[in-house]
Design a binder for this molecule. Structure first.
Ligand code: PHE
Length: 487
């Protein structure tokens, strides 16, 4: 079936996923069971930037970035991340968006459209969100739990030591909150009300940013945070290792929704007259800015409350859930309660919008591949997410024994997607562009409306630097995981 897209291109795609915010597509039932929709486009550059930033900003910025930065040495992680963001992040995001706009397709078809033999890369990109969605929803459930705690007036208890651990190790609580979170995302996707959600998110996301800035200013003025701020902002080069780079690279892909085909789909909705290069700069500044700010809100506070013991900063996924309730508690029962409820409500919302965009992606893959109706596909994805998420939800308690080298099941899924599959997908994308189709196909797309300022840089990065560095990082980290050497 051919659809005519906004740019007059032919696409073979069945339903295209995407956060449908400002896109103007319409759904139509065709052939009884296959849902098709006309490809629309964003209502201009701002619409595009906001929608892409909406997918990018989520738990990755608020929950994942601070705990990784704390774990991998503070300032040195921050510096590595920023360097990677303006090099790898910039190049890959621009490549994916241009690829999407050029082909007018989502990832699963974009690669094969340009070269039949490379269809497998579309499949690899499709597997990644399938792995991420279940454990992303488990963390979403944790946020839901904290929101409920605050809204029911028990915020002070959340600040107690052991509160977080007793919650995640409980045999049923993480499961219930996870299931509720997935169900909400599922209902939104099933009833196709993402547009409504997106409208609300245009108010709630800026509110989250403002609240984060407020809490950050407050924690930074608390006595004794100077050491923590230094830990977070000043790089200590002795702490640098290949693990720092791998962690920062994985975080970069995750946070910017790269190497999983999502930005390809977003690009396919972008209008030909909108500038890709400057849009990418804006999305990057937005996404990285919020991540850095979240680190500033959480790390110095965690440092202070742990009595200046950087060891406790390495506690992993729980960092945000342990540090912030302690900050809120300093406002007293009522003030802290209101602040906590507001904060976790907004984070919950940001997590939901990202989970919805992930689920929408997976649903569209199922529709594309198996030619099922939207309803059936959504149900399958819902059931699959629930099943796949159970081990991650229980991995801190009942299934705690299954952890390997201190990695829980959730950490393992996270590692598999972010530190293994995404670097591989990114590597293959570079090879595909640099050597199979040629950089020109991409740079010409970017040059459709104006000069591509970083063209030379782009070419050198895609052809040489990105692939060589990714291979080097992957090989060293695999060897060190097998204990061949320790770096
Ligand atoms: N980038 C999102 C975050 O930082 C995660 C995400 C990835 C969301 C892919 C949607 C799609 O939380």
């Amino acid at each position: 079936m051919k659809d005519e897209n906004a740019n007059g291109m032919q696409t073979n795609d069945a339903v295209e996923n995407v956060d449908v915010s400002s896109a103007t597509e319409s759904y139509a039932e065709q052939n009884g069971n296959t849902t098709k929709k006309k490809r629309g486009s964003f209502t201009g550059k701002i619409g595009f930037v906001l929608a892409a930033a909406g997918s990018a900003v989520g738990l990755g910025n608020i929950w994942r970035f601070p705990y990784l930065a704390a774990k991998y040495g503070g300032g040195i992680f921050l510096l590595t991340y920023i360097v990677l963001a303006v090099t790898f992040g910039f190049v890959l995001m621009i490549a994916e968006i241009a690829l999407g706009r050029k082909t007018g397709s989502s990832a699963i078809n974009a690669f094969s459209k340009l070269n039949k033999k490379w269809a497998f890369l579309g499949v690899l990109c499709a597997i990644i969100p399938i792995i991420i969605l279940p454990y992303y929803s488990v963390i979403g459930g944790w946020v839901g739990k904290y929101f409920t705690t605050y809204i029911t007036g028990q915020g002070m208890a959340a600040a107690n030591e052991g509160y977080f651990n007793s919650f995640i190790s409980s045999p049923w609580q993480p499961l219930v909150f996870f299931a509720v979170f997935v169900t909400i995302a599922f209902l939104v996707v099933l009833f196709g009300v993402e547009k409504g959600v997106e409208k609300v998110s245009k108010i709630l996301m800026p509110a989250l940013v403002l609240l984060t800035i407020g809490v950050t200013i407050y924690t930074l003025t608390m006595p004794g945070t100077a050491e923590g701020i230094k830990y977070y902002l000043l790089p200590d080069f002795k702490k640098f290792s290949v693990k720092t780079v791998l962690a920062a690279l994985g975080q970069l892909f995750y946070s910017m929704s790269l190497a999983m085909g999502i930005m390809i789909t977003y690009g396919s909705y972008m209008k030909k007259q909108d500038k890709i290069e400057s849009s990418v700069h804006q999305i990057e500044v937005f996404d990285t800015g919020i991540a850095i700010l979240s680190g500033l809100m959480i790390i110095p506070a965690a440092y202070t409350f742990s009595g200046g013991n950087p060891e406790t900063l390495g506690q992993g996924p729980g960092l945000m859930f342990v540090a912030l309730p302690q900050v809120f508690a300093t406002f007293g029962k009522v003030g802290g309660g209101i602040l906590g409820a507001l904060f976790f409500a907004l984070v919950l919302f940001a997590a939901l919008t990202s989970a919805i965009s992930l689920m929408e992606t997976v649903v569209s893959i199922v529709i594309d591949k198996f030619h099922l109706s939207r309803k059936k596909s959504s149900l399958i994805v819902y059931a699959g997410t629930l099943l796949l998420g159970i081990p991650s939800a229980l991995g801190f308690g009942v299934l705690g024994k299954l952890s390997i080298k201190g990695m829980t099941i959730l950490d393992m899924f996270d590692f598999l997607s972010n530190s293994v599959l995404m670097p591989i997908a990114a590597l293959l994308t570079c090879i595909f562009i640099g050597y199979i189709i040629g950089c020109r196909q991409i740079t010409e797309e970017i040059e459709l409306n104006g000069r591509f300022k970083f063209k030379k840089f782009f070419n050198v990065m895609i052809k040489y630097i990105c692939p060589i560095c990714i291979v080097a990082i992957l090989v060293t980290s695999i060897l060190s995981a097998f204990g061949v050497f320790n770096i």
